[in-house]
Ligand binder design. Structure first.
Ligand code: EPZ
Length: 430
């Protein structure tokens, strides 16, 4: 169990650099096994999900080493193609090992992945695409056995631009004979990052960032050094935190175009945004105004991951905001806790209506999932008195030193973990 204690009422101000992207790092860690190689990754965020990915790599027989933000993986020693249920259940991103192991070993034995409970999160699109690439897949309850004697490149079309399915397909396609053409691909910056990494590893890929990606051939290299890009959802979180508190912050070493859907909305709510290629300054008014209606959608639309954070920023805005969640069926889990802090929110189906209130009041709430938990911390920053967010490791799955980052920007936040280290130490060492 861990606790976030927040004393609200402080305006965030100052500048900070943003951690490496979780959702870019995780598929890239899995990609380090598509061929026998040595990989050096820079700017890797220190998160429990990254620890889990490294534990999976070690369980497969790879050598791993970590020093701060640097991670080394030697996948030449990989010996296994099976991942235990315990490791698979720790996070959603364990699913990337399905494509990566099949590419490397012609086989993967694993179970359905865990991760945030945001509603149904099937992997039917991943499995259908792998079958088209030539895999035989047996599903028995939670267990998946994927085998292929030879992966064959082909034309694939995703009926929805699933981020994870796009990544799994690209990983498997590295070992396919002939060209793979993926139509309907996700266009998220994390896909572009994975393609850049695979290119460095020897893949001839074009089209990353568009809805058609072609992987023409793969000629394995032995060594790759790669820097994980900054996390656009953490950047969005800090912008929402500053907006919620009437703050003035500068984010350094970021790509503001990657989270412009969020900053455009904050601009419409009254914030002043000044940006260049690698930095962004956000100056918020004392009180935001409602900016009307918002729909989450795949990139470049408004990211579902930033939806709970923007909601927290708008709790005290003048007027009414409507947020419609179109990606996940159960991504308003933060609402009950925000209401306990005094927020006026009604949810009908997939639309939440937020009527701005004058004040929020600190109380004790429980984090429901990663971004939902972060939204409670943000609400606590602008609530009167003390807010305590009780957590079971959700927030630290995605935010590196969130307490320290917020403290450096002037917030009064304290994080206390009880027993967290003990549960992490259960993971295999190496
Ligand atoms: C990725 O999840 C992110 N995770 C999520 O970030 C993010 O919310 C999501 O993309 C959407 O942007 C990582 O990158 C590790 P999807 P993913 O496949 O890949 C349905 C965070 O907070 N679907 O694009 O799981 C699915 O049910 C997290 O950092 C199928 O129906 O997302 C959902 O409704 C949480 N069948 C929608 O597509 C499939 O086979 C989007 O899922 C796959 C997905």
């Amino acid at each position: 169990m861990d606790f976030w204690q927040i004393r609200g009422g402080r305006r965030l101000s100052g500048s900070c650099e943003v951690q490496g992207s979780k959702n870019a790092a995780l598929p890239i860690l899995a990609a380090s096994i598509v061929c026998p190689c040595r990989v050096e990754l820079l700017h890797v965020p220190q998160l429990s999900d990254v620890d889990t990915a490294l534990a999976i790599l070690r369980a497969l027989g790879c050598q791993t080493k970590r020093e701060g933000e640097r991670v080394w993986i030697d996948s030449r020693t990989l010996t296994h193609s099976e991942i235990s249920h315990k490791l698979m259940a720790r996070m959603r991103s364990s699913v990337f090992f399905l494509g990566a192991l099949t590419a490397r070993c012609g086989e993967a034995l694993l179970s359905l992945p865990g991760g945030c409970q945001l509603g149904q999160r099937p992997i039917d699109l991943h499995l259908a695409a792998l079958r088209k690439l030539g895999c035989e897949i047996d599903e028995a309850g939670d267990n998946i056995h994927c085998r292929s004697r030879e992966l064959r490149g082909c034309e694939l079309t995703l009926t929805f631009p699933s981020v994870g399915a796009t990544e799994n397909i690209l990983l498997a396609a590295c070992a396919a004979r002939g060209e793979t053409v993926l139509h309907g691909a996700a266009r998220e910056p994390e896909i572009v990052a994975l393609c850049r990494f695979l290119r460095a590893l020897g893949a001839d890929i074009v089209g990353a960032g568009s809805d058609t990606i072609r992987l023409r051939r793969f000629q394995a290299r032995e060594y790759v050094r790669f820097a994980i890009p900054p996390d656009r959802i953490v950047s969005s979180t800090l912008c929402c935190a500053a907006a919620a508190t009437g703050g003035d912050i500068v984010l350094k070493a970021v790509d503001p175009t990657e989270f412009s859907a969020v900053t455009d909305f904050l601009k419409a709510a009254g914030c002043v945004i000044i940006q260049n290629k690698h930095a962004l300054r956000l100056r918020a008014p004392q009180q935001l105004r409602s900016a009307g209606a918002l729909y989450t959608s795949p990139y470049p639309g408004f990211p579902t991951d930033a939806q709970p954070l923007l909601m927290a920023a708008l709790l005290r805005a003048r007027g009414t905001t409507r947020i419609t969640e179109t990606i996940f069926e159960n991504r308003f889990r933060q609402v009950a806790a925000l209401r306990r802090l005094g927020a006026d929110i009604t949810v009908r189906g997939c639309t939440a209506e937020i009527r701005g209130v004058r004040r929020l009041y600190g109380t004790e709430v429980t984090a429901t999932d990663l971004r939902g938990g972060a939204s409670m911390v943000l609400a606590g920053l602008c609530a009167e008195g003390e807010t305590v967010v009780c957590d079971t490791g959700h927030i630290t799955r995605g935010y590196e030193s969130f307490d320290r980052v917020l403290q450096e920007l002037g917030a009064d936040v304290k994080w206390t973990a009880i027993g967290m280290r003990d549960s992490l130490s259960e993971l295999p060492k190496g």
